[in-house]
Design a protein around this ligand. Structure first.
Ligand code: ADP
Ligand code: MG
Length: 254
């Protein structure tokens, strides 16, 4: 197994992310809509953490705040003990490039680049850009190995199945060795069997000491988390810790 040192630290209570009383409101034509209301929770370091809830419950809005893409209307988000509020867009973008790996529902690979080149591009745009060329290439191949695709490095996205494309996207998210991986419905565009395989790949990253936060509306995937929150209409309706063991994650691979 390939073990990499991780960037970022946990805060004093052992959580990597702490969300306190976060609210998000949107005002359109003098009408104020509350999308998230009084959200408080922590993501433990090394967790496989699910944000679960039906469509429209505020999952994506919340995830975008954790990755610094969107900002709370009120409340605070701490990342390894440091508050995100007050940082400029440029600072947030730089912070995101170093600490957050993002996985999208629709993969978002660059179609004209091979699997390896897609990861190299992420390295060049992020913190890994400082590495020498040979080290960048080695890192890209290590990331592909972590998702079991080292043999497909030279394939274009169009030469890969949907499940393989999403695993390349997971490898790309790992490129700059982020403290946390965030994934919004990462298996939402896959058939159920492939979805289980891709989920197992994502879940396996916690064995490399990565923290993974994923959004899902599927109770079966939510149940495999080591910790989770359930959202409904912008509020947390329940929180669970230490839900699953690695044994039950292995079940997802079958
Ligand atoms: P989920 O990801 O759980 O499906 P979202 O976070 O995308 O939910 O959205 C939560 C609610 O907020 C939905 O009702 C959605 O329509 C609304 N919403 C999200 N973004 C905006 C926006 N920019 N303007 C107005 N309403 C929004
Ligand atoms: Mg969503």
């Amino acid at each position: 197994m390939v073990q990499m040192p991780l960037s970022g630290d946990s805060s004093a209570d052992g959580s990597l992310v702490r969300v306190e009383q976060v609210t998000r409101t949107i005002t359109t034509r003098n009408q104020k809509t509350t999308i998230l209301d009084g959200i408080t929770f922590s993501v433990p370091h090394g967790a496989l953490f699910a944000i679960n809830g039906p469509s429209g419950s505020g999952k994506s809005t919340l995830l975008n705040m954790l990755s610094g893409i969107d900002r709370p209307s009120s409340g605070q988000i701490f990342f390894a003990g440091n508050e995100l509020r007050g940082r400029s867009e440029n600072e947030l973008a730089r912070w995101r490039g170093q600490h957050v790996g993002i996985i999208f529902q629709f993969f978002q690979l660059i179609p004209t680049l091979t699997a390896c080149e897609n990861i190299l591009l992420a390295l060049e745009l992020g913190g890994g850009g400082k590495l020498p060329r040979t080290a960048r290439r080695a890192r890209a191949l290590t990331c592909l190995e972590m998702v079991g695709l080292q043999d497909l490095a030279r394939r274009l996205p169009s030469e890969l199945s949907g499940g393989q494309q999403q695993r390349v996207a997971i490898a790309r998210a790992l490129a700059n060795n982020p403290s946390v991986l965030v994934a919004d419905e990462p298996t939402g565009n896959l058939d159920s069997r492939t979805a289980r395989q891709v989920f197992a790949t994502l879940a396996s990253l916690v064995e490399y000491k990565h923290t993974v936060i994923y959004v899902t509306h599927d109770p079966a995937f939510a149940a495999l988390a080591t910790a989770r929150i359930d959202l409904l209409d912008g509020r947390i309706v329940s929180q669970h810790n230490a839900l699953a063991t690695i044994t039950s994650l292995e079940g997802a691979q079958r």
